[in-house]
Design a protein around this ligand. Structure first.
Ligand code: BDR
Ligand code: CA
Length: 313
């Protein structure tokens, strides 16, 4: 059993990941921290509490609010993908849970440092909270077994032609986390769009009598409506962030390579691009001292999609 912390911007696919985290028998959800991303911070907190209800999470799983904006720029939501409320506008009932009064950074620090064994963390959102944590309390790094980041891409982007949303939203935070020396798996767009559930199964789940399963089905039907046109998804319901949770629970389903990754920070349309260096021969940029070799992280380049679909279901 692994102690797990989720950092989320709930978010349709964050919600699928929360349901998975609550239900997976090998994961013990110790804390959930929220950050502005798909929606504003207050909305993200409210969505997270509602999803924990539907998932049947223990009442004592603490939820904290973190950063309400990126380190440098203003927050920019993804309401055109996730709906006006960030959660497919399903009209879920208000939660009886309340968010912890403890700020997210303190909750993260205390949860990591008090865990008897190194914890695993899933960063499913802009990395603002996790960058602040690693800068404010670097001692936590020693008790983090692995951080799976849903973010980045070794190919095309989604927020811009080259940048993935979570990294694009807070590129400075992503650079801090990826350079931190903590073992990072980058679960980026190269695998993100490949793990999905077929439409008939999504429809069946959406009619299920059990609330968490029913919510998952309704969210997956929203995914079909929004992302199903993408040829990589082919009319299925995209698991998205929940795929990153599958990777954490079952790393053998992922093919990774240890590669140097740097984040483009310059202003302009390529800001937020993850530059994944797949060269085997040193380039002139390194030879002439124009580029610092970035430390390596584990970049996901392939995924056993049927394996993760089965695991999720
Ligand atoms: C990521 O951006 C958000 O919209 C999703 O929740 C996911 O974390 C995909 O680029
Ligand atoms: Ca997310």
């Amino acid at each position: 059993m692994k102690d797990l912390i989720l950092d989320v911007d709930t978010g349709v696919d964050d919600a699928l990941a929360i349901i998975f985290a609550v239900r997976h028998p090998g994961l013990r959800l110790r804390a959930v921290t929220c950050v502005a991303g798909n929606a504003g911070l207050d909305q993200v907190v409210s969505n997270t509490l509602k999803v924990l209800d539907a998932a049947g999470a223990p009442a004592d799983v603490p939820v904290s609010a973190g950063a309400d904006r990126p380190l440098v720029e203003r927050a920019r939501d993804a309401g055109h993908i996730h709906g006006a409320d960030g959660l497919a506008d399903l009209g879920l009932p208000a939660s009886a849970r309340t968010a912890s009064s403890r700020p997210a950074l303190e909750l993260l620090r205390d949860t990591v440092l008090s865990a008897p064994e190194p914890v695993v963390i899933a960063g499913l959102a802009p990395l603002t909270n996790l960058a602040l944590l690693l800068r404010a309390y670097p001692e936590v790094a020693g008790n983090i077994e692995r951080l799976v980041v849903m973010g980045g891409s070794a190919s095309i982007g989604n927020a811009t032609p080259v940048a993935e949303f979570n990294v694009w939203h807070d590129p400075e935070a992503a650079a801090i986390v990826m350079d931190s020396g903590v073992p990072v798996t980058m679960y980026g767009l190269d695998v993100y769009y490949h793990v999905s559930v077929d439409a008939d199964t999504c429809a069946a789940l959406s009619e299920h009598e059990e609330p968490g399963t029913r919510l998952a089905g309704r969210l997956l039907l929203h995914q079909i409506a929004i992302c199903g046109v993408d040829p990589r998804v082919a009319g299925d319901g995209l698991l998205g962030d929940a795929g990153a949770l599958c990777a954490l629970a079952d790393p053998a389903g992922l093919t990774t390579e240890r590669l140097p990754v740097s984040v483009e920070l310059a202003p302009g349309r390529s800001r937020g691009q993850t530059l994944v260096d797949r060269r085997t021969i040193p380039g002139e940029d390194v030879a002439h001292g124009l580029a610092e070799p970035a430390p390596g992280i584990d970049v996901a380049l392939g995924v056993d999609a049927p394996r993760y679909r089965k695991l999720f279901l």
